[in-house]
Design a protein around this ligand. Structure first.
Ligand code: WTA
Length: 659
C-alpha cells in the first residue's frame, strides 16, 4: 500500500518530451471588450499583486457585502491560514440577495434543461425565494450553524438551492457525487458526521433512471449521526419513506416561508467539505471556509471567463465535483451571471447534445473536460458541424492535461478558430483556478494552462526546493497562501500537514509534475503521486486497491494507470488471488462490479491481470513503476536491481488479450 505522504517520485528529475510551438493570440475584437485586455495589463496586475499580496486580496474583497469588515487580510501561521479575520459575511447573501436588490432581480440565474428536453428558468428573484424557503426547512429540521449536511442528488436546480440554503444558515455542505455507491456515502457521511441527508428519489441517466433513495437507505444503515433525510421528487421512483426519518422536500417546502435572514458568519466559518482521492485508501475531506473561498471563486470567474451580463455560461461539470461547486454554483452567481445547467449525459439521445444545446440556447461560454472533447472527436466531426455554434465566444477546459490534438480540434470545430480557449489548472484543494490564460490577454499554446492568476505564486521546483530552469521538469508548488486554499483535511490536521506541507519547506505541494517553458508558461505533466485522473475524475489507486482487497477472493492488489486515448488514463489492476480461487473471465467481471459497488462505476479497472505475486523491493514495497511500465508497454526497461523476485515479472506479461 502507498504511504500516507504525497511523495515526489524517486527519480530526481522528470523528463518532458512535449514540444509545442503553435501560439494563438486573442483577436483584437475579443481583447478590446475583455475585462483584462492585454499582456501588459496582466503583467502589471500580476507584479502589483506579487509585490503586496495582502493589498491585492484586500482590494478584491471590497466588492462584497460584509456585515462587518475584516481586521486583517491574512493571518498566516504555516500551514494554517486565516483570511479576512474579524470579518462577518455570508456567501449566499453575496450570491443572490445583492442581485435581487439590483436590476438583476428578474435576470435568469439558472437555465436548466432536463435530459428529456424539458426546461426551467429560475430568475435571481425566484432562486432567492426558493433558497430562503429551503433555508427555513433546514431550520425546521434542526440544522444549526456548523452542522454538516450531506447532499446526494443529480443535476437539478434543487441541488444548487440546497447548497446555497446550507450556506445561508451556516451549515456545512458535503455534496456527494450521485455516481458514488452506498459504501462511499457511508464513509463520507461518517467522516463528516452529517446530521441530515438531502437526496432525490432518483436521477435520470441516458433515458433510464437510477434510484438514489434506495442507495441512501442502504448507506445510512451504518451512519449513527444521521437524524433525517429529505427527499426531492425528480423521477417518481418507488421509494420507501421511513416514518420519523424521511420527509418529502415538497411537504417541508409547503410549511416554510420565503423570508430568511442570512446568518452573519465569521470569515473562517466552514462552508463545505468535499471528499477527494488521496494517495491512501481513505478519501480526504477537503475543508473550505467562507470569505476566502468567496473572494477567489468570484474574482477568478470574472477574470478567466471574462464574464459579461449578456453571457450564457454553460459548465458541463457535475456539482458533485469541485468544478461544479466553484464554477457552476458560487463563481457565476457571485458575479450575477446566467448559468446553464444540463441534467444528463453528453451523448443522450445522441452525440450532438451539447452542440444542440449551444445552438438552441445561444450559449456564449462553454467549459468542459478534455476527456469529453476526446470522446467527441471519436464520435465524429459531423455531430458538431451540423450545428450553428456562432453564439460561442469563449471556451474552457479543466481537470486534466489537454493533449494538443484535442486542443486543436476544440479550437477548430467548436471554437470556429475565433474563440480563445482557457485551459484552467487547479484542484479541489485550491478551491479555484490557479493557472490559466486570461482570454483577452494571454496568447495561448495548445496543451498549457499558461500563467498563474494575479495573486497566485506558483513555481516548478526540484526535489530540494530550488527553482527549476526553463524546460526542466519538476514539481508544481504554491509558494504563498491564497484565499481559497483548503484550510485542513476535515478532522485530520496531521494528514493535512503531511500531505501538502512536508515535501517542501513552506510550500504547498500540489502532487503534480510540471515544467515552465521559455515564456514562463506552465505545462502540467500529470500526477507524481498515486492519484490518477480517469476521464477527468480523480481516483486514488490505493482506494481501488482497498476495494479489490475487500473482495473475498483477493489476497493482494496493485493498481496503476496507463495512458488511454479517450479517458486520459485507464486503470490496470494486478491481482493476486487467494489460493482457492481461479482467475477467469467471470471473476474479472465480479471484481469490476465489486469495485463499482464499493466506490462507484467510475473506479472500475479497465483491465485486470492475474498475478501470482507482485514485484516488490527487498523491503516489501510494491514496485509500481515496473507495473506501470508493464501496463503501458508490456515490457520493463527500467532499473530492476532492487527487485526481490525476478520470476514474478514474467508471469505478469501478456494477459492483455484476455481482458
Ligand atoms: C489535474 C479539478 C492539467 C491535476 C479542478 C490536478 C489538470 C488534479 C488541469 C486536480 C489542467 C486539473 N491541466 N491537469 N488544466 N486541471 N488537473 O481535485 O493533476 O478533481 O492536480 O480538481 O487534476 O483534480 P481535482
Amino acid at each position: 500500500m502507498a504511504t500516507e505522504k504525497t511523495t515526489a517520485q524517486s527519480s530526481d528529475s522528470i523528463s518532458s518530451v512535449l514540444s509545442e510551438r503553435r501560439k494563438f493570440p486573442p483577436s483584437a475584437e475579443f481583447s478590446s471588450n475583455a475585462n483584462v485586455s492585454s499582456m501588459e495589463q496582466y503583467e502589471k496586475l500580476y507584479a502589483d499583486a506579487a509585490a503586496d499580496p495582502e493589498k491585492y486580496w484586500g482590494e478584491q474583497a471590497e466588492q462584497f457585502h460584509w456585515f462587518k469588515k475584516w481586521d486583517t487580510v491574512l493571518d498566516w501561521k504555516p500551514p494554517y491560514a486565516k483570511w479576512y479575520d474579524g470579518g462577518k459575511t455570508n456567501i449566499c447573501y453575496n450570491a443572490i440577495d445583492v442581485h435581487v436588490k439590483s436590476w438583476r432581480k428578474n435576470k435568469a440565474a439558472i437555465i436548466w434543461e432536463g435530459e428529456e428536453g424539458n426546461e426551467r428558468i429560475l430568475t435571481y428573484g425566484e432562486l432567492h425565494r426558493q433558497v430562503c424557503k429551503f433555508a427555513n426547512v433546514l431550520k425546521i429540521a434542526g440544522i444549526k450553524p456548523g452542522d454538516r449536511v450531506a447532499i446526494y442528488m443529480g443535476m437539478v436546480p434543487e441541488l444548487i438551492i440546497a447548497v446555497l440554503a446550507c450556506a445561508r444558515v451556516g451549515a456545512v455542505h458535503n455534496v456527494i457525487f450521485a455516481g458514488f455507491s452506498a459504501h462511499a456515502i457511508t464513509e463520507r457521511v461518517n467522516d463528516s458526521r452529517a446530521k441530515l441527508v438531502i437526496c432525490a428519489d432518483g436521477t435520470r441517466r441516458r433515458g433510464g433512471s437510477i434510484n438514489l433513495k434506495n442507495i441512501v437507505d442502504e448507506a445510512i444503515v451504518n451512519t449513527p449521526s444521521v437524524r433525517s433525510v429529505i427527499v426531492l421528487k425528480v423521477t417518481n421512483e418507488t421509494v420507501h419513506m421511513h416514518d420519523g426519518m424521511d420527509h418529502w422536500w415538497h411537504d417541508l417546502m409547503g410549511l416554510a416561508v420565503d423570508d430568511c435572514e442570512p446568518a452573519q458568519l465569521d470569515s473562517e466559518h466552514p462552508l463545505f467539505v468535499l471528499y477527494t482521492s488521496g494517495s491512501t485508501g481513505k478519501p480526504k475531506g477537503i475543508l473550505h471556509t467562507t470569505a476566502g473561498y468567496m473572494v477567489h471563486a468570484a474574482t477568478s470567474f470574472k477574470y478567466v471567463f471574462d464574464i459579461k451580463d449578456e453571457d450564457i455560461y454553460f459548465c458541463t461539470a457535475d456539482v458533485g465535483w469541485i468544478t461544479g461547486h466553484t464554477y457552476m454554483a458560487y463563481g457565476p452567481l457571485l458575479n450575477g451571471a446566467t448559468v446553464f445547467m444540463y441534467e444528463g449525459a453528453p451523448n443522450y439521445p445522441q452525440w450532438d447534445r451539447f452542440w444542440d444545446i449551444i445552438n438552441r440556447h445561444k450559449i456564449t461560454i462553454f467549459y468542459t473536460a478534455p476527456t469529453a472533447i476526446r470522446a467527441f472527436i471519436r464520435a465524429g466531426n459531423e455531430w458538431v458541424t451540423k450545428h450553428d455554434l456562432r453564439s460561442l465566444r469563449l471556451l474552457g477546459t479543466v481537470g486534466e492535461p489537454i493533449n494538443p490534438e484535442a486542443w486543436m480540434w476544440y479550437h477548430k470545430y467548436v471554437g470556429q478558430e475565433k474563440c480563445p480557449i482557457v485551459d484552467t489548472w487547479w484542484q479541489t484543494e485550491t478551491g479555484g483556478i490557479m493557472v490559466s490564460p486570461l482570454p483577452g490577454a494571454t496568447p495561448t499554446k495548445p496543451g498549457t494552462a499558461t500563467r498563474p492568476l494575479p495573486g497566485i505564486m506558483v513555481d516548478v521546483v526540484r526535489k530540494d526546493g530550488t527553482t527549476c530552469d526553463a524546460n526542466e521538469g519538476g514539481y508544481l508548488v504554491i509558494k504563498q497562501p491564497w484565499p481559497s486554499m483548503l484550510r485542513t483535511i476535515y478532522g485530520d490536521n496531521e494528514r493535512y500537514e503531511k500531505t501538502y506541507w512536508s515535501e517542501f519547506q513552506n510550500m504547498y505541494f500540489t502532487g503534480d509534475g510540471a515544467r515552465k517553458d521559455d515564456d514562463g508558461y506552465i505545462w502540467i505533466m500529470g500526477r507524481v503521486d498515486d492519484v490518477v485522473n480517469v476521464s477527468g475524475h480523480r481516483l486514488g489507486t490505493s482506494e481501488v486497491e482497498s476495494a479489490l482487497v475487500s473482495h473475498e477472493s483477493v489476497a493482494e492488489a496493485a493498481v496503476v494507470s496507463r495512458p488511454d486515448e479517450i479517458k486520459g488514463n485507464a486503470l490496470v489492476a494486478f491481482v493476486t488471488l487467494k489460493d482457492e480461487y481461479e482467475g477467469d473471465m467471470k471473476l474479472r467481471e465480479a471484481l469490476r462490479n465489486h469495485v463499482a459497488k464499493e466506490i462507484g462505476p467510475i473506479a472500475k479497472p479497465d483491465e485486470i491481470r492475474w498475478a501470482k505475486g507482485l514485484p516488490k523491493t527487498r523491503s516489501g514495497k510494491i514496485m509500481r513503476r515496473l507495473l506501470r511500465e508493464l501496463a503501458t508497454s508490456n515490457e520493463v526497461k527500467g532499473d530492476v536491481t532492487t527487485l526481490e523476485d525476478f520470476g514474478v515479472l514474467e508471469t505478469l506479461r501478456g494477459q492483455e488479450d484476455e481482458n
